[in-house]
Design a protein around this ligand. Structure first.
Ligand SMILES: OC[C@H]1O[C@H](O[C@H]2O[C@H](CO)[C@@H](O)[C@H](O)[C@H]2O)[C@H](O)[C@@H](O)[C@@H]1O
Length: 587
């Protein structure tokens, strides 16, 4: 299954990927970053999955989401008739549920279901038995219960059933997870749950303020961002998957089931421009709780509840997505020094105040502490926003974000009534600006560079005008935008950097074009007053979405397929922000 052959369902505690073939191949329970009970996405069906599809292998599927919801409708056309499967997870009640409703539409269709539960990322075969009319599967702390409308047969660790539906029939399968020491969860009425789920998503979408020409894409992106939000805390995940490779067969496989501070400013902007103040406030509050503590202990990422430890290990029993090894669980980038996050956090909180986000105490002292720390460290080398796993460097983007931090802190004093040494911060801002323009700019090539003295470029330099470091029309900015287009483009899409130059990241193999960076190019072009070019690129990027409007992190232009974790918040945030910018620029 290609990555774009998957669709997302979820309940804002966790999420599942449903393949075009009717197989749920990825599901972590009970939380996004819990162990998977379906991990076939990263291996074979034996690693856990739930298939529900016509027995006729020649059946053709068409998919869509039901209106503005996360209810996936797959309609199968077979030689005997037509059938529809609705896949969804209702809003979390007592326990997480995955519901699959089968609706006969025409004729008679034979179907087959195969449920292979494997807890612990495909590693643990549960003890399975029939209990009180349900199938019960138990291993260690996990138990799962299946309510089935048809008789099931268990053999070789898989539970199967063959059955038929005719026009007008409606059957529902309900799979529920529970901690194994608790009593069996109360049974759910699947059809009521369907109505509740539809109502919840539809009502949420009514709050959308975007009215521009890209409404369809923006609305689906917002729904996806909402689905990637952990409801109890407001933390937004980078993606619900781990180790979908940045190039198929490669080793750049990472666990994204966490919240990155860096992604904060962009996410906040997307939520606010689309009218979702409540979500923006929850995200801002998540951020404040996560960064609370000693400024030197700031991490670049946290779990969705703000936990700091995310140790990285390898699930070596999984062969990886199309043999892309290793499968990594956890993310060692959490221990890196990435100085840009100080600027990202302070910018995010500054923007929140500008937009009038209410907070009794926006932890100004905490922000001053972060700024004090940065004042003492902005000259240090770091791992940069791309989290390279090589030596630390003086990344230009990190220094620009140090400038952003000083700029926003001075602005908070001068325009937002906060107290602090604005004069000192403005002097620091000038000092950083001077150093970046001297050491981070190559006059011979008329471009900013990836790090001081580097031969390479960095797509993050496209953010310079948006961040306000220099105006869009400055020759150094136009030169950089042109250089990035020339040197980092892969069939018109933008790579983050050239991994081979300067031995930057000490990892073998390449990666696809980074979609967020490609949107940033569209933004830079719009800011430079080149709306036609911006729009052309934006629409091309929209065309890369799959049939249900989803984008992963990267795109392999050589093979014409999505790569990287999926769906990726960064890409969907970029859709919302660029669409809004194109609209407000009147382009
Ligand atoms: O490929 C290198 C790095 O990729 C991941 O980081 C990327 O995703 C983050 C979350 O969206 C984003 O904030 C960061 O800028 C991206 O580079 C991964 O988490 C890293 O471990 C990995 O080195």
């Amino acid at each position: 299954m290609r990555i774009e052959d998957y669709a997302l369902i979820g309940d804002m505690h966790t999420a599942a990927l449903v393949g075009r073939d009717g197989s749920i191949d990825w599901l972590c329970l009970p939380r996004f970053d819990s162990a998977a009970c379906f991990a076939a996405l990263l291996d074979e069906p034996r690693a856990g999955r739930w298939l529900l599809a016509p027995a006729d292998r020649g059946a053709r599927a068409r998919r869509r989401y039901r209106e503005d919801t996360l209810i996936l409708e797959t309609t199968w056309e077979t030689s005997g008739g037509r059938v529809r499967v609705l896949d969804f997870m209702p809003p979390r009640g007592e326990a997480p549920d995955v519901i699959r409703v089968v609706e006969g539409l025409r004729g008679r269709v034979e179907l087959r279901t195969e449920l292979t539960l494997r807890f612990g990322y495909g590693d643990i075969v549960p003890w399975t038995r029939h209990d009180g009319g349900q199938l019960a599967a138990v291993a260690g702390p996990d138990s799962a219960w299946l309510d089935s409308p048809v008789p099931l047969v268990a053999e070789d660790g898989t539970t199967t059933a063959g059955f038929a539906v005719s026009g007008g029939d409606r059957l529902a399968f309900v799979l529920t997870w529970q901690q194994s020491w608790l009593p069996r969860p109360a049974r759910l009425d699947a059809f009521e749950a369907l109505d509740d789920t539809e109502r919840a998503w539809t009502e949420w979408m009514r709050g959308c303020a975007y009215r521009g020409q890209y409404a369809h894409a923006v609305r689906r992106s917002l729904l996806t961002l909402k689905a990637l939000t952990y409801a109890p805390t407001g933390g937004v995940l980078a993606a619900p998957t781990t180790s979908l490779p940045e190039l198929v067969g490669g080793t750049r496989n990472w666990d994204y089931r966490y919240s990155w501070l860096r992604d904060a400013t962009y996410t906040l902007r997307a939520l606010l421009t689309a009218g979702y103040e409540e979500e923006a406030t929850a995200w801002r509050d998540w951020l404040l709780r996560a960064v609370a503590g000693h400024p030197a202990d700031l991490q670049i990422m946290y779990t969705v509840d703000g936990t700091r430890r995310v140790p990285e290990w390898r699930a070596d029993w999984l062969r990886g997505y199309e043999d892309s090894r290793p499968v990594r669980i956890g993310n060692a980038a959490g221990d890196q020094v990435q100085l840009d996050v100080y600027g990202e956090v302070l910018d995010c909180l500054y923007q929140g105040r500008e937009e009038g986000l209410h907070h009794d105490d926006d932890a100004w002292e905490l922000q001053r502490g972060l700024m004090d720390h940065l004042e003492g460290h902005w000259r240090d080398p770091d791992h940069g926003l791309w989290e390279v796993r090589g030596p630390r460097r003086h990344f230009v983007h990190s220094k620009v974000l140090a400038w952003v931090a000083a700029d926003r802190m001075a602005g908070a004093v001068e325009r937002q009534g906060r107290s602090g040494p604005a004069g000192r911060w403005k002097a620091l801002r000038e000092e950083i600006h001077r150093e970046v323009c001297e050491r981070g700019f190559d006059p011979d090539r008329n471009t900013f560079t990836q790090f001081y003295g580097s031969r390479g470029l960095d797509a993050a330099l496209l953010l310079i005008p948006r961040l306000g470091f220099l105006p869009p029309s400055d020759e150094r900015v136009t030169g950089t935008v042109e250089a990035v287009r020339r040197e980092l483009s892969s069939d018109g899409l933008i790579m983050r950097y050239s991994p081979d130059l300067d031995d930057l990241d000490e990892l073998a193999g390449g990666e696809g074009a980074f979609l967020a960076c490609s949107f940033w190019l569209a933004d830079a072009l719009a800011l430079q007053g080149r709306p036609d070019k911006a729009r052309e690129l934006f629409e091309r990027l929209l065309d890369l979405r799959n049939d249900v409007g989803l984008l992963s992190e990267e795109y392999d232009t050589g093979h014409g397929r999505q790569v990287g974790n999926f769906p990726q918040a960064y890409s969907h945030v970029a859709i919302v922000n660029t669409a809004s910018d194109l609209g407000s620029a009147g382009t």
